[in-house]
Write a protein that binds this ligand. Structure first.
Ligand SMILES: Cc1cc2nc3c(=O)[nH]c(=O)nc-3n(C[C@H](O)[C@H](O)[C@H](O)COP(=O)(O)OP(=O)(O)OC[C@H]3O[C@@H](n4cnc5c(N)ncnc54)[C@H](O)[C@@H]3O)c2cc1C
Length: 222
């Protein structure tokens, strides 16, 4: 679930199955605030534990009749702080016998929550190229040729709002104050927006589910 806008938002999602008795799940949340200070990240660490009091003022009035965001944040076991940074695309993911994959090749804003998924896809495609060409420079070149350009475009696209573009639209049209969402953005417009985003980011579920496996079960490089 997403709340807010691209520049000031909460993303909340379950990370466990619901408890069979209470129906409650363990959740993870991300509270995000954009600062116009490109050097600020130098003062921050990766996964540095932080105090809720340091940032909760940004969300103090996010209270709805269905969710109390400050209470949710205060009820957490622990909170960590991360700078939101990415890397410019690089000309090639392959240099001699070395190939980059995952964040080393394409650290991106988690706008579509797909950095880790993309790392897994990289590994699958690299494996498929080894099967096709053998473990040699041709396989690395084919891997680079298939992924570098489209994923570099994805890195740049993730600097935009991604799926949060829809919430930006709601904010622009009514300041987030509405009784019925259909009066602000029609269901058709919402579905159309999300379908375009999912397709661009490779999240087209049906197309993905119907595609054959990249590597056949039990396949081995000869
Ligand atoms: C807050 C946050 C939320 C995220 N949420 C999502 C999400 O919901 N969905 C999603 O798909 N992605 C998400 N991501 C992105 C995802 O975590 C990364 O894209 C993914 O972990 C990249 O995997 P990787 O294996 O390429 O790199 P990493 O996971 O960074 O692994 C690299 C490993 O190499 C080790 N290492 C570094 N240097 C050396 C060295 N010299 N010698 C030996 N080992 C070394 C590091 O310790 C690390 O263990 C999120 C990221 C962050 C920060």
């Amino acid at each position: 679930m997403g709340l807010g806008t691209h520049a000031h938002r909460m993303v909340i999602y379950p990370i466990s199955h619901p408890d069979s008795e209470t129906g409650l799940s363990l959740i993870n949340w991300i509270a995000e605030v954009t600062h116009d200070d490109p050097d600020a990240y130098q003062n921050m660490g990766w996964y540095r534990q932080t105090s809720v009091d340091d940032f909760i003022h940004h969300f103090e009035d996010w209270k709805y009749d269905w969710l109390d965001v400050p209470a949710l944040i205060r009820g957490s076991d622990i909170a960590y702080e991360n700078p939101m940074i990415d890397r410019d695309p690089i000309p090639s993911w392959v240099d001699g016998p070395v190939a980059l994959l995952g964040d080393a090749a394409h650290a991106m804003y988690p706008t579509g929550s797909n950095g880790a998924s993309q790392a897994i896809i990289d590994a699958r495609i690299l494996g498929a190229k080894f099967l096709e060409f053998g473990v040699n420079p041709d396989a690395l070149a084919a891997y680079n040729a298939e992924l570098r350009d489209p994923i570099s475009s994805l890195v740049l696209r993730n600097r935009d709002a991604g799926p949060f573009g829809l919430l930006n639209m709601v904010n622009d049209r009514c300041g987030g104050d509405f009784k019925n969402i259909n009066d602000i953005v029609s269901e058709e417009e919402r579905n159309d927006f999300m379908a375009k985003y999912k397709s661009a980011a490779g999240f087209a579920r049906d197309a993905l589910n119907n595609a054959p496996p990249l590597i056949a079960a039990g396949a081995k490089v000869g």
